[in-house]
Design a binder for this molecule. Structure first.
Ligand code: NAD
Length: 220
């Protein structure tokens, strides 16, 4: 059994992760850390093999450093923070995915492929209005993958951010060329869309040969 603690356990994503871990036959939920529950991350670390972090842009890095220092692997879904300081962290593995939904990973792959062949592209990302960061981690990663696919010093596609109630997590990549456009769209209409990817990362984070590793595509 993999012993899993969740940071941000009272949040929208964290609560969904707790349910998914409880439903996984090979995992045990050993801790729920969240200031809203009165439980600090440090209190759940001794009982965990892996921490899953869905917190805030300003807490993900200190949380991850605390996990690694305690020898606990960490799977990070939180977006909008600088991952660079994690490159020097030794003691446990770090896996980060700006988007754990398989459809979003495919959308990014198709967008990168399409950007090789079409003149210009822009990204429209749409999220619920309580999201703290903009642009989304998914959009930033998509733009980076598209620029890399074009090679050289290709400019990053412009990103437009929409924040409205009623939305969950959505993205359109619109590519334009002579007399035509191509639109690639992904919609997460429920947070359960992220759970198979999160559970996969929990199962695999302990065996990574590179850390931090960024992107669910590396585990598929
Ligand atoms: N990677 C993905 O696939 C994916 C998908 C959806 C959301 N996200 C990201 O996940 C993050 C969380 O989103 P959400 O909608 O669940 O937010 P949320 O505001 O509902 O939940 C965040 C929770 O973290 C808690 N928290 C704050 N500081 C903490 C700390 N130091 N330790 C532990 N818990 C702490 C808060 O009290 C809150 O309950 C955001 O960064 C969002 O962009 C990622």
């Amino acid at each position: 059994m993999i012993k899993v603690a969740v940071a941000g356990a009272a949040g929208r994503m964290g609560a969904t992760v707790c349910e998914a871990v409880e439903g996984a036959p090979d995992m045990e939920l050993t801790g729920r850390a969240d200031p809203a529950l009165g439980t600090e991350l440090a209190e759940v670390l001794p009982d965990a093999d892996v921490v899953v972090d869905f917190t805030r842009p300003d807490t993900a890095l200190p949380n991850a450093l605390a996990c690694v220092e305690a020898g606990v692997h960490v799977v990070i879904g939180t977006t909008g923070f600088d991952v660079e300081p994690l490159r020097a962290a030794r003691g446990a593995n770090v896996f980060i995915a700006p988007n754990f939904a398989i459809g979003a990973v495919l959308m990014m792959r198709f967008a990168a492929e399409a950007s090789r062949h079409m003149a210009k592209a822009e990204i429209v990302e749409l999220h619920h209005d309580r999201k703290l960061d903009a642009p989304s981690g998914t959009a930033a990663r998509t733009a980076q993958l598209m620029a890399e696919a074009r090679g050289g010093d290709a400019p990053l596609p412009t990103i437009h951010s929409v924040r409205l109630p009623g939305l969950v997590a959505h993205q359109e990549v619109i590519l334009g060329d002579l007399g035509q456009t191509l639109t690639i769209r992904h919609d997460s209409i429920d947070r359960v869309s992220f759970m198979p990817g999160v559970l996969l990362a929990v199962r695999r984070v302990g065996e990574l040969t590179e850390s931090p590793l960024v992107g669910l595509e590396h585990l598929l």
